[in-house]
Design a protein around this ligand. Structure first.
Ligand SMILES: Cc1ncc(C[n+]2csc(CCO)c2C)c(N)n1
Length: 222
């Protein structure tokens, strides 16, 4: 049997993924030494990412024909608004991040570029490459969740963060997204398949640099 397109994508991005697994942000999240101020920075940038991620699910769903894929994307958009947003609201209140602080925090370069990349795939790519650009978000966090849950983190907030991405519901959503991309890959011609793999590698690059961005508190004028 031919390897699935997601197996090829995962292999193409393996270096980037290993660098994410070993990034100091992740290492220190696990051992509890990540400065809370760094996690706070991450949460504020991630809020911008999550808001757009939800909008992208909805917009991509409008272009999808397959009913079950459409439904998954619409539910994903809504799930982000409710489920994940609820956990984030809890983090925001624990860390006293106000709506005003969120609004006045400039979007950092990597968060901006990652979101711009996903919109680019939606507007200039195809439904398949747009869906693919969303996949590392699910899949990488699920793998990180599974790795970190073994030892957890001594910091309660970080432990809660880890648990979000190891949950059976989240693992199920990740597997559904992998299956959606595999099905789209099977319908695609060689050119589009290449475009999908490129979209996956780019998202994986921005995922890696999301940790780095937070770790160094990236600014436009560093
Ligand atoms: C930069 C960044 N990448 C991935 C995630 C994880 N994530 C965000 S939305 C979603 C889908 C289901 O809730 C997942 C897995 C994140 N938070 N921030």
């Amino acid at each position: 049997m031919m390897p699935t397109i997601t197996t090829k994508m995962r292999a193409a991005a393996d270096n980037l993924w290993n660098q994410s697994f070993n990034h100091p942000f992740i290492k220190h999240l696990a051992d509890g030494t990540l400065p809370m101020d760094t996690f706070r920075y991450y949460l504020k940038q991630d809020n911008y990412y999550l808001n757009n991620f939800s909008i992208l699910h909805q917009k991509i769903a409008n272009h999808v024909n397959d009913p079950s894929t459409k439904q998954f994307l619409i539910a994903g958009a809504k799930g982000l608004n409710d489920g994940e947003a609820e956990i984030r609201d809890d983090f925001f209140s624990k860390l006293a991040i106000t709506a005003n602080e969120m609004q006045t925090t400039p979007i950092a370069p990597n968060a901006y570029s990652y979101v711009a990349h996903m919109y680019h795939e939606l507007n200039e790519g195809t439904v398949a490459s747009a869906c693919t650009a969303l996949l590392p978000c699910y899949w990488l966090y699920n793998e990180i969740g599974k790795q970190l849950i073994a030892n957890g983190s001594p910091v309660e907030l970080y432990q809660q963060f880890i648990e979000t991405y190891d949950s059976p519901e989240f693992t199920d959503a990740t597997n559904q997204m992998i299956n959606i991309v595999d099905a789209l890959g099977e319908q695609a011609e060689a050119d589009e398949r290449r475009q999908m793999i490129t979209a996956f590698v780019r998202s994986s690059y921005y995922e890696l640099n999301f940790w780095e961005m937070a770790y160094v508190h990236e600014e436009w004028n560093n």
